[in-house]
Design a protein around this ligand. Structure first.
Ligand SMILES: [Zn+2]
Length: 500
């Protein structure tokens, strides 16, 4: 019995409503102020559609439906953009918003609905710290009818560009959308999209998350709209589970949930098996829901399945995310964004010379600057921790193979060391095949009288390695002394005059 589209679970997000057990018990599912309950479908806000995912590399195959697009500058406002060919890829998580049921005369209302949600999103961790890792594009879709289907009642049908509708799968609060239409309108953004937020012109409570399509929906005019949008992004961006415990069977009988924030393991087993959020157990940190533990009740069941914290954003609307969820969201970001923003100057294909200057641009986090270490032949260069490096600061006469730079995000919001090493660390390497010209002490590519004076100076030091390492520039044979052996090398080079 395969159906084209399967709604596995349904909305139920009002913070006040789902905190009231009596309402849950009595709801029967379709009554309006309480979430649906009972039946195999449960009552979450996650929707699975049969529309295939649209990864960046396939987005050029989607037919674009033209509409105006704006880049939201999160600090200074917005900027209208011409349509550019897709396929230009930036080093950001691109969120594209599309509106439905907004007339041409209501676009300012839509703009406000978008801005409200975006601003509130970036007030929550980890979005707050990683705000600069995101780019938000707003697509202004013009509808010829106002509002969306199912508002206020299930019999109301409106023909809108995105086909947004309440009562999806018979659940009043489940606000579904035509995913293909989302793709076609989001294609107006000049960058590939990573997340689509579909906004309904309605004040009626509702939302949905389509994790496999990276689409979230919310009712733009509802008083909880920004919080619904953030919760749905938890689903669509972080693939997070709902942490509330109603809507499904009383006792959880499924396999281990795939989501990072739900588990069948209670704390002792989780710790001993080193699974799920074991690294976070007992952590209690300001700005996150906690303390972290294993709290029974999650994923639509009251028993046999656990959540990481008492009452997080994935359980109710308004509280902070817990740390395991925040870590998962940061991982989702770093699956797309690299710590070094764009290409370095010069590119790593360039062979550096003895006076080259090299620079990189770092992604900018809030209160958590990325750490930088420049490397010579893979070894740290003491004190070289800035975004630019001058090769001239190295003594290259003895030859040196590579210059490298390693950038790491050491945020304390991530404890997965393997992930940090693989995705939150980036290393670039350049070649430095500077020919050895041992006796050219002043670096002018000639071995002349000026170098002889320099050599004479260093010769006086003799035990350079022990006394004055900088004077070891004239220790051509690397024995820790500037002595007669080195003088013989110098004389040979002096006679040749020019470096090789
Ligand atoms: Zn949810």
């Amino acid at each position: 019995m395969r159906k084209a589209s399967v709604v596995v679970a349904v909305v139920g997000l009002a913070a006040s409503a789902w905190a009231l057990p009596n309402e849950h018990e009595s709801s029967g599912g379709r009554r309006g102020v309480v979430p649906a309950r009972g039946g195999a479908e449960g009552s979450a806000c996650i929707v699975k559609s049969d529309i295939p995912p649209m990864p960046r590399e396939l987005q050029h195959t989607v037919q674009r439906i033209p509409a105006d697009v704006y880049r939201l500058d999160l600090a200074t406002g917005e900027e209208v953009l011409p349509f550019e060919d897709r396929g230009v890829s930036n080093n950001r998580i691109n969120i594209v918003t599309v509106g439905d049921g907004y007339l041409s005369t209501q676009q300012a209302t839509y703009n406000t609905h978008v801005t409200n949600a975006v601003n509130q999103m970036f007030a929550y961790e980890p979005f707050k710290t990683y705000k600069n890792y995101f780019q938000v594009y707003r697509v202004n879709v013009i509808s010829t009818v106002q509002g969306v289907s199912g508002d206020p009642t299930s019999d109301i049908v409106r023909s809108t560009p995105l086909g947004m509708r309440y009562w999806c799968s018979g659940i009043e609060r489940l606000l579904c959308v035509n995913v293909s239409a989302c793709y076609s309108f989001a294609a107006n953004a000049p960058q590939p999209y990573d997340q689509i937020l579909a906004v309904a012109n309605s004040s009626k409570y509702g939302g949905a998350g389509y994790p496999s399509n990276e689409v979230g929906t919310y009712a733009g005019g509802n008083s909880s709209a920004p919080l619904i949008a953030i919760h749905e992004l938890g689903h669509s961006l972080g693939d997070l589970a709902d942490e509330y415990d109603y809507g499904g069977a009383t006792t959880y009988t499924g396999g281990e949930p795939f989501e990072a924030n739900s588990s069948k393991l209670a704390s002792a087993a989780m710790a001993s098996q080193q699974k799920k959020w074991h690294l976070w157990l007992a952590e209690n940190r300001a700005g996150f829901d906690g303390p972290v533990g294993t709290y029974e009740g999650s994923s639509y069941s009251q028993l046999g399945v656990y959540r990481p914290s008492p009452n997080s954003m994935m359980r109710a609307l308004g509280p902070n995310f817990n740390l395991p969820s925040a870590e998962q969201l940061i991982k989702s970001v770093y699956n797309v964004v690299k710590p070094i923003d764009g290409a370095p100057t010069p590119s790593t294909a360039t062979v550096l010379g003895p006076s080259s200057s090299v620079s990189i641009t770092l992604m900018q986090t809030l209160n958590n600057p990325l750490s930088v270490q420049w490397l010579r032949d893979g070894q740290p260069i003491v004190g070289a921790t800035g975004s630019t490096f001058n090769v001239s600061s190295l003594n290259l006469r003895k030859g040196s193979a590579t210059l490298g730079v390693r950038v790491v995000d050491n945020t304390t919001m991530v404890r997965d060391a393997a992930f940090r090493a693989s995705k939150m660390t980036q290393t670039l390497t350049w070649s430095m095949p500077v020919a050895a010209c041992l006796a050219d002490l002043d670096g002018d590519r000639a071995v002349d009288d000026a170098d002889f004076l320099g050599f004479a100076d260093m010769y006086n030091v003799l035990l350079c390695a022990a006394i004055a390492p900088a004077e070891c520039a004239a220790d051509f044979n690397n024995d820790g002394m500037v002595d007669d052996t080195d003088f013989v090398v110098f004389v040979g080079a002096y006679n040749a005059l020019l470096c090789p």
